[in-house]
Design a protein around this ligand. Sequence first.
Ligand SMILES: Cc1cc2nc3c(=O)[nH]c(=O)nc-3n(C[C@H](O)[C@H](O)[C@H](O)COP(=O)(O)O)c2cc1C
Length: 220
Amino acid sequence: MTQPDATAVFDEISEMDSKALFKPKVVALVVSNSEDKGPNLMTASWYMLAGYNPFRYLLSVSHSDYTHEIIEESGEFVLAAPSSEMIDALVLSGMESGRDLDKIDHLDIETLPGTEIDVPILKNAVGNIECSVMDSFEFENCTYYFGKVEKAYITEDGLDGRLLSLDEDVLAYMGSDWAEGDTHTKSRFYAELDSEDLRRFPGDQVVEGLPEDRREEYEE
Ligand SMILES: Cc1cc2nc3c(=O)[nH]c(=O)nc-3n(C[C@H](O)[C@H](O)[C@H](O)COP(=O)(O)O)c2cc1C
């Protein structure tokens, strides 16, 4: 039987629109700290958990960002998970460079000293991860930093077992787009999630469908 063409099943989208597929995403606020000029904030969606032992996050930073200059100097950064009340910080820190504006001061962002690294954490974030750069590589116009987790924090009662409690005011970012009205900037969209939106799926149903020899491993 001949398979249908992909375009008979899907709408083709541009590479730019492929960004919509892996949303919602909690976009990070990256804090870095310049020895001379103090702390800076940058919005970052190019990051991922990149392995255990040691636990590490991979963060891609464009060479043109001030954050790149600071991390090259200091070898440290904080990945903060913003709350939805920090939507202004997410927008501004993705538009303005710390070379031109002290974003922390302008946004009146409250910080606390980092514990293991010399970079402040964000007091009103849902959580903060202190990272020290253990390795990095360059590709095209970015440097990819492997940040070893030195310390991680979540707001009080922010965990529900191993899960992020959806009662927390987490900023589930959906992306940006031009919206109705005469505006200078795109609108930013985020989803409101709360604990009622959580669905449980017991993995046993998947195991039951496996061939017998593969099932045994899980049923012991
Ligand atoms: C939603 C969003 C995500 C972004 N993600 C990244 C990223 O992961 N890495 C990066 O280098 N720049 C990213 N940017 C762009 C920087 O945040 C932006 O260039 C910022 O002004 C850099 O600030 P700085 O010069 O103070 O470091 C992102 C911007 C937005 C709006």
